[in-house]
Design a protein around this ligand. Structure first.
Ligand SMILES: [Fe+2]
Ligand SMILES: [Fe+2]
Length: 261
């Protein structure tokens, strides 16, 4: 199975990049499944039902989220009705939505399980992602051997630690949230593809997807600023993971970085 994962889609420039690049990427890399992190797809803050539908229409099969999950007020009802939209699994048990799902994308591949988790280092308090990961993976492995994890976290150490914990138990652990693509892609000894961060999809003449000036003003003065979504130097970032259908072990992982002209 050939999985394309797309890092945090930021605002309209990010969504347009997806629309422009995805058909070609899918064809070029013979992609079976497209997973994208959509936590910044609505003007940089969260996601709406309309925008989720737009991403699905443009070729994304499963959307993951992160610490911006609750930014849009309509999201609880969207999460309740849309099974292809996942929020981190390590939230309180009675909040809306799901943290994982098993999806049959086409008849040629086994089902793929996707698990979304959020880190705790330099981030808001959530349940222990390591313990929730083990519990969820045990459950998902009963349904399929192909399991993809989006670990939405800030600290590289926390991401690597989770990758090591799940090595041999899942097909891939790929990080999101920092918006900076890392060059550490590898396959761990147990057969789990790993990469600290997929990067983001949107305007790169920016500070992680936002216009530079207001961010600088905020750092210089400490005063609150409106952070507009950046719209120049648009790139799509992510990774390609190739997985053995029988065993669920990763065979290959490659960084993806596309300039949108
Ligand atoms: Fe993000
Ligand atoms: Fe985030």
């Amino acid at each position: 199975m050939r999985i394309l994962f797309i890092g945090d889609i930021v605002g309209k420039p990010g969504r347009n990049a997806l629309k422009t690049c995805l058909p070609r990427l899918v064809q070029e890399h013979e992609i079976d499944v497209v997973i994208a992190n959509g936590e910044n797809s609505a003007g940089g803050s969260g996601i709406t039902g309309v925008i989720a539908d737009e991403l699905f229409k443009n070729g994304v099969h499963i959307i993951t989220l992160g610490d911006h999950t609750w930014d849009q007020k309509e999201i609880p009802s969207v999460l309740e009705r849309e099974k292809r939209l996942l929020r981190p699994a390590n939230y309180e048990e009675d909040v809306p939505g799901r943290g994982s799902g098993v999806f049959q994308i086409n008849g040629f591949c086994p089902p793929i399980a996707v698990l979304n988790l959020q880190g705790r280092t330099f981030m808001k308090e959530v349940a222990n992602p390591f313990r929730v990961a083990l519990r969820e993976v045990e459950k998902l492995r009963k349904e399929t051997s192909v399991i993809f994890v989006d670990f939405h976290a800030e600290a590289t150490s926390e991401k690597i630690a989770l990758g090591r914990l799940l090595d041999g138990k899942v097909s891939a652990v790929i990080g999101t949230h920092t918006h900076v693509q890392t060059a550490d892609e590898e396959i761990f000894p147990g057969g789990t593809a790993f990469m600290c961060d997929a990067g983001f999809t949107g305007g790169h003449e920016s500070v992680i997807g936002r216009e530079i000036e207001p961010v600088l003003k905020r750092f210089m003065t400490g005063l609150p600023q409106r952070f507009e979504v950046a719209c120049h130097d648009i790139r799509l970032k992510g990774c390609l993971v190739v997985v053995d259908n029988e065993t669920g072990r990763a065979i290959d992982i490659k960084r993806i970085s596309e300039y949108v002209r």
